[in-house]
Design a binder for this molecule. Structure first.
Ligand code: ZN
Length: 84
């Protein structure tokens, strides 16, 4: 559930009056899971929001496994996002 900024070290809560950036990721059938052969579109989209401040220095991409990672554009770092 999308409730706060995707940056784990930022506690900005999602408020639709905030600006910022919303990222949507389609989760394909997990390539690591051979038992999964029927991707369900309705459940396969994850959304992440970066608050205005974080969005100015960070972006979110998906890695080779399809997991979203935050890229810190200033420090050239990337960080896996938990989806708890
Ligand atoms: Zn933030």
């Amino acid at each position: 559930m999308l409730t706060k900024c995707a940056n784990p070290s930022c506690n900005e809560t999602l408020d639709f009056s905030h600006r910022g950036a919303l990222f949507l990721f389609g989760r394909e059938a997990d390539a690591m899971d051979p038992g999964c052969c029927a991707p369900d579109d309705s459940d396969s989209v994850e959304s992440f929001w970066l608050c205005d401040e974080c969005a100015s220095s960070m972006t979110i991409i998906s890695d080779r496994g399809g997991s979203p990672v935050i890229i810190n554009l200033l420090r050239d770092e990337c960080q896996q996002i938990g989806t708890a």
